[in-house]
Each structure stands twice: as C-alpha cells, then as structure tokens.
Design a protein around this ligand. Structure first.
Ligand code: ATP
Ligand code: MG
Length: 256
C-alpha cells in the first residue's frame, strides 16, 4: 500500500481508497466495487465526512434490533471485506450475529478468498460458502444460506443493492442498511437506513453495543419504538444542504 502521510488533510479518505484498491489487487473486491466506493465518497463529501446526530440514532436503533434478534446476520460483500474486516468480526463477536458472504459478482474463488480474509481477521464461522437457498431475484445476490440470511429475522446489509433490500423486506425481515446515498432505493426501502460511511458506522456500532448490551429487552424495544426512519433520511438531506451552504460561505460563495 502507498504510504499516506498522517498529516494529509484527506488522510482517512485516502487510506480508505488504498484499502479498496488493495482489495481489488488481492481478489476480494470487484472492479465495480471501486466505482461504488467513488459514489459513496461523493456523498460523504456532501455530508462533511462525519457521523451526523441522526445517523448515530440510526446506529443505536440498529444495535437494539441486532441485540433483540433471534438470528441476526451481517452480510459481507467485497467492499466491506476490504474496508472493515476487523470491525465486522468485532460486531459479530459483541452482538452474537453471524457473518455471511454474499456477492453480486459472485465466484467460488472470491467467496473463498473473502472467507479466508475474514478468518485471518479473527472470524470463527463464516456462512455463504455452501449457500443453498435462493431469493426470488435474477442476480447472484439471490444465493443465500439457509441458516443465515434465508432464515434471519434481522439482517445488516452494508452497501446493499436496492432490489435485494426490497426482497428481504418483502420476506418480513428487519433490514438495516448502511448507505451514504439517502435517496438510493436501498436507503428508501430499509427498515433502518444508516446514512454514514461504513467505516464510521461499524466502529460506532461496536462501541454502542458495548454500552447497550446490559440494557433490558424492554428498554431496547423502547429505543426501536421511538424511531422514525423517514425523519432520519430527511435529516441527512438537511445536513448535506447545511454542510454545503457553510462550506460555500467559508469559501466566499454566497448561498442564496
Ligand atoms: P440502489 O441499488 O440502492 O438504488 P445504487 O445502485 O445507486 O443503489 P449500488 O451500486 O447498488 O448503488 O451500491 C452502492 C451504494 O453504496 C451507493 O449508494 C454508495 O453511495 C454506497 N457506498 C459506497 N461506498 C460506501 C461507503 N464506504 N460507506 C457507505 N456507503 C457507501
Ligand atoms: Mg444498485
């Protein structure tokens, strides 16, 4: 990986780019994943590259859902495997959720490499290798594990595709999406839409789980019941507008 100087003003973003390029080089991320990351970066720029207050609320609600679930699953794709392998393993460990590899550009070789990559980062069980069920979709993200996504009640799908998100909702599952585009089909369909970079969102969720793990089931349910996902999506758009306005004004451009 290229050495990025720590004092570079865009250090975090550049390190993230290096990780995703490395993911392509070692065969766990698809080339299309680079383009998806680019789209994510553009939205991250608009939101100011920080976790907004409403994203933090969505992250806490997501944790409450996972802690209350019977069979919570974290769906792993080529981008998240490259960007946040440690955090996905940590989140699975603290919540008791299972990891399942699920790919749009699926090949047995990539599934195997991602599984080994997660194990090298400490994962004990990784589902998705012997995926034996199919959702009613025309692409390979349809292929799921019977013990995993197929029978899950809560599924965390960072960087999901809109039509699969829709299908999982139709099946009656609680779907938690992490997607920086508040207007993507995924964000508009999910039960909980976390409009945050997956690198920050998963880090926050691991911390929040440690705080919330001792909470009673009733108090976790109260957090869920008080949640309004449409409000969170609207707040993210407002945050983007305010961030753009402030940045423009700082740079001498009048916002009318
Ligand atoms: P949809 O299918 O939901 O309509 P899309 O087709 O616009 O979405 P996809 O290519 O399916 O987008 O998925 C990529 C999504 O992931 C984009 O919305 C992008 O903003 C988001 N994304 C990419 N990288 C990150 C990241 N690091 N953190 C959070 N979101 C990201
Ligand atoms: Mg899509």
């Amino acid at each position: 990986m290229t050495d990025i100087p720590k004092n570079h003003p865009r250090y975090e973003s550049l390190v993230t780019r290096e990780k995703i390029v490395e993911g392509v080089n070692i065969g766990i991320t698809s080339k299309q994943g680079l383009v998806a990351q680019g789209r994510g970066e553009a939205f991250d720029y608009l939101i100011g590259e920080k976790t907004t207050e409403s994203a933090a609320i969505a992250e806490r609600v997501a944790v409450a859902h996972i802690l209350l679930a019977e069979n919570p699953i974290i769906s792993v794709n080529g981008n998240t495997a490259a960007l946040v392998p440690d955090l996905m393993v940590a989140l699975a460990d603290v919540t008791g959720a299972k990891l399942e590899v699920n790919l749009f550009h699926r090949s047995d070789a990539r599934i195997h490499k991602i599984t080994e990559h997660l194990k090298a980062h400490g994962a004990s069980v990784v589902l998705g290798n012997k995926a034996d069920k199919r959702l009613d979709l025309s692409h390979d993200r349809a292929i799921v594990d019977e013990k995993g996504i197929f029978s899950s009640d809560v599924v965390l799908v960072p960087l999901e595709d809109g039509d699969r998100c829709h299908k999982l909702i139709e099946m009656g599952k609680t779907v938690i999406a992490v997607d920086l585009n508040p207007l993507s089909r995924t964000s508009l369909t999910a039960s909980v839409s976390i409009i945050d970079n997956v690198t920050r969102a998963l880090n926050n969720m691991v911390q929040f789980t440690k705080d919330m793990k001792g909470n009673s089931r009733d108090s976790l349910q109260e957090i869920i019941d008080a949640y309004d996902n449409d409000r969170v999506i609207a707040d993210s758009l407002y945050s983007m507008q305010e961030n753009l306005k402030n940045t423009a004004e700082e740079r001498g451009i009048t916002w009318t």
